[in-house]
Design a protein around this ligand. Sequence first.
Ligand SMILES: Nc1ncnc2c1ncn2[C@@H]1O[C@H](COP(=O)(O)OP(=O)(O)OP(=O)(O)O)[C@@H](O)[C@H]1O
Ligand SMILES: [Mg+2]
Length: 387
Amino acid sequence: MNGDIQKELGIIGESLEIKEIVHVIQQVAPTDITVLITGESGVGKEVIARGIHKVSRRKQKPMISVNAGAIPEGIIESELFGHEKGAFTGAWETRKGYFELADGGTIFLDEIGELPLATQVKFLRVLESGEYMRVGSAQPRKVDVRVIAATNKDLESEVRHGNFRADLFFRLRSINIRIPPLRERKDDIQPLIDEFTKELSARNGITFGGISEEAQQAFKAYHWPGNIRELKNIIESLLVIGNGRRIEVGDVRKYIRDFSEIGRNLPVPTKKTPEQAERELIYRALLEMKSDIMELKQMIQKPVYHDRDMMVKMPLIEVNAEEQNAVHADASLLDESVVPIKEMEKRMIVEALRKYHGNRKLAAKALNISERTLYRRAKEYGIEKWF
Ligand SMILES: Nc1ncnc2c1ncn2[C@@H]1O[C@H](COP(=O)(O)OP(=O)(O)OP(=O)(O)O)[C@@H](O)[C@H]1O
Ligand SMILES: [Mg+2]
């Protein structure tokens, strides 16, 4: 029964944590109560929001997704609440805001922690009374929307630092769905692998050749800093690059950084007997040796990979990144001593996102641009799969 509903919701997972979340969704979906979804980047906050909307009485109406972190601060209010003609320079026409567009449906406000303080007051007003004003108008307007907000920030600490209003925080947190990171719900990894290999091979027109037991174990042992988005991206790359060939542990190793540190990233086993712990260590050592051998085999059998476009598409850093970089540097000197600046920029953005496992904040910091700029550029370059 629960499984059927989960399917309807589009939420994959067998862990107790996911089952509990599905249970909460069933309880809150029929109501209009505001829901706050929290969790690290890539854990599935938007998936859960869509799930709530899908089984709510508003399902026939749209769910409008707005990313507060992606809209430049100067225009955020007019984007959310709309504006009157002549409200500011460039406001040639009256424009509806996202709240108005979502009337009767649901609005999903992602990265709520990025909302400027002045806008937070207006947002709180909509939550409390369903009223808002278009920019350039003093006329209150009514709207009937269900609000779902999400953040990967610690809002409590944002409140302490004066970046987030306490009244809004208290209002939002009454129903808080916390999605644990993937490394804390390892039971979900297998069903996610099964789903993504099926879905992504079909989407890419590939006949899937299966995945070895060791490769699956490696997936389970990894700590997934980029969560489900990282898992999905890696599976897609493995499928596309391998063109359906059976996925072996050596292939996985190319995509999972710090593979040799897997042991250290595992939670410390508390209830294991010394024999169990020893067996696990030996197993891990064997796994690593096996993947080393696989990699050596592949290096002998296959020429080094030269297609730069594919490199851009590959979402994660390989373990032997230095060697790869050297090859690429040489290749680019041979036939590509000059590339368009836009292309360079795109590559750097993908590189930074890969390096930081899709963590936009860290990627933006490394690139020395704001997160808002990062969003805009990523959209421009069509690499939104990171968002
Ligand atoms: N339980 C799940 N079942 C199936 N797919 C999932 C699940 N959770 C996440 N995904 C997939 O993982 C990717 C990331 O999910 P989503 O965009 O919802 O994450 P997020 O928490 O909103 O991330 P961010 O904080 O970076 O915005 C999406 O492609 C989504 O379809
Ligand atoms: Mg999101």
